[in-house]
Design a protein around this ligand. Structure first.
Ligand SMILES: *Cc1c(COP(=O)(O)O)cnc(C)c1O
Length: 443
């Protein structure tokens, strides 16, 4: 984009100027609609979620065997919801605001197998592909006990096929570990920001790791190219995959069940706010879709991005979606929040979900580090920097009267609110690495 075009974009969308200046901004979406109005634009519905949920249930006996850490949850990959009252007090003091209602944390950071939100979508997509191959070969039927996949016969079968993916780290971890376990030969194309320990862990699982000096977009393109030359290779396309999206969406009905068990009400008088860190968009988009299907118009989803990688906010706000990257307006896409270091958002997710999301905001690396240290100190929960992006969300909501009035959230409803911050990763960060994160936090 040349200087003239940027000038035009900025005059039409003044917010873009703040993005270029790397300011922290919050944009509450004026074009939000009801679920009933927005749903037709998603192109997916409850039957697709049900299908994903049933597929995961079929694989549960296999996962229990292949990954014994999933045995306590009977092969279902799910995370806890916990209250973080001490962190709530810290936020209220720090930002001189009152966060009404309760503050909860969804610990996808501690999901089994790969320790991040990618254990939902990434693993689901690999399982879907494996099932399809095995069904087509006549080796499996949907009524079988899928633990039979944990045998040499199946590993030898999957060995004939390969899987490739481009990743900033966590998607590669999920897809790499799952694919290798099934027997696939798998290569993960890692962008420059991917952490060294993630690469080592993957290599230890027998995954081929290809490293790039460039960012996520380049790693994806190279992975795609390599796969095109090999008909037995399946390329997992994080930017456009409906399968990944559906793997994430199952989270909605699961959270609903967890809330029922915890006695948490969500209805018109008891709104739910969910704050989701966003990279390319598939994870938060899929989760938000599932939440909308589970809680309807009573859930309000808000995406959080680094000030250096605000790709979804930029794409949705300007309506340009994947036709614009943050680099086009001079932003470097360099952030310590490696899971969110994406310059160009998924056009599929932006277009599908733009009517159903309440807002988007950006947050600096310094603030993510600071909250990382605070959460460790006050709640003894350790996360990776990306996973802290959501913590500022309740502060933006509490501070914006105009938004709350527009969507008819009066003080009475806000008193009953539940704020759920989605902690997207960090459970597998090695101790020394976590110590260096905490040292950087200044806490
Ligand atoms: C991938 C990732 C996200 C965001 O998911 P996208 O699908 O890229 O939007 C958030 N947090 C962490 C830790 C991640 O790894």
């Amino acid at each position: 984009m040349n200087a003239l075009n940027i000038e035009k974009l900025v005059s039409e969308f003044p917010l873009v100027k703040q993005l270029i200046a790397l300011e922290e901004v919050c944009w509450f979406n004026p074009n939000i609609t009801t679920l009933a109005e927005g749903l037709p634009h998603v192109g997916l519905d409850q039957t697709n979620i049900k299908d994903a949920s049933e597929r995961l249930a079929r694989f549960a006996p296999y996962l229990m065997k292949a990954f014994p850490e999933t045995a306590p949850s009977k092969g279902i990959i799910e995370s806890e919801v916990v209250a973080i009252p001490a962190m709530k007090k810290v936020l209220e003091q720090q930002y001189d605001t009152q966060i009404t209602g309760q503050l909860l944390l969804k610990k996808d950071s501690h999901l089994p197998i790969s320790g991040s939100i990618k254990a939902r979508g990434g693993i689901y997509e690999v399982l879907t592909h494996a099932e399809k191959l095995a069904l087509e070969a006549g080796l499996l039927s949907e009524s079988d006990d899928y633990s039979k996949l944990f045998t040499d016969e199946f590993r030898d079968f999957f060995k004939q096929y390969s899987i490739a993916v481009g990743s900033t780290g966590n998607l590669g971890m999920s897809i790499g570990i799952m694919s290798a376990k099934l027997g696939f030969s798998v290569s993960v194309h890692m962008s420059a920001d991917a952490r060294e320990w993630k690469k080592s862990k993957l290599r230890a699982h027998g995954v081929t790791v290809v490293e790039y000096e460039e960012d996520y977009g380049v790693a994806v393109e190279q992975g795609r190219k390599e796969a095109e030359n090999d008909p037995s290779c399946f390329f997992i396309d994080d930017e456009n995959s409906q399968t990944l999206f559906l793997g994430y969406s199952v989270a909605g009905e699961r959270v609903k069940k967890q809330f029922d068990d915890m006695g948490i009400t969500v209805d018109e008088q008891h709104p739910l706010f969910v704050y989701l860190p966003c990279g390319v968009g598939g994870g938060p988009g899929g989760v938000a879709f599932g939440l909308k299907m589970a809680f309807g118009d009573n859930v309000h989803c808000i995406f959080a991005e680094p000030t250096h990688s605000p790709c979804m906010l930029l794409g949705v706000h300007t309506g340009l979606h994947d036709a614009i990257a943050v680099q086009d307006i001079g932003i470097d896409n360099i952030t310590a929040a490696d899971g969110l270091a994406v310059g160009r958002a998924s056009g599929f997710v932006g277009r599908a979900m733009e009517r159903l999301l309440d807002g988007y905001y950006t947050v600096t690396d310094e603030r993510m580090y600071h909250h990382l240290g605070e959460l460790s100190k006050h709640e003894d929960i350790q996360l990776e920097p990306s996973a802290l992006a959501g913590l500022l969300g309740p502060v933006w909501v509490s501070g914006n009267k105009e938004y709350r009035e527009r969507v008819q959230l009066d003080d009475h409803k806000m008193k009953n609110a539940t704020h759920l911050v989605w902690a997207t990763g960090g459970g597998m960060v090695p101790e020394e690495e976590m110590a260096s994160y905490i040292a950087k936090s200044g806490c």
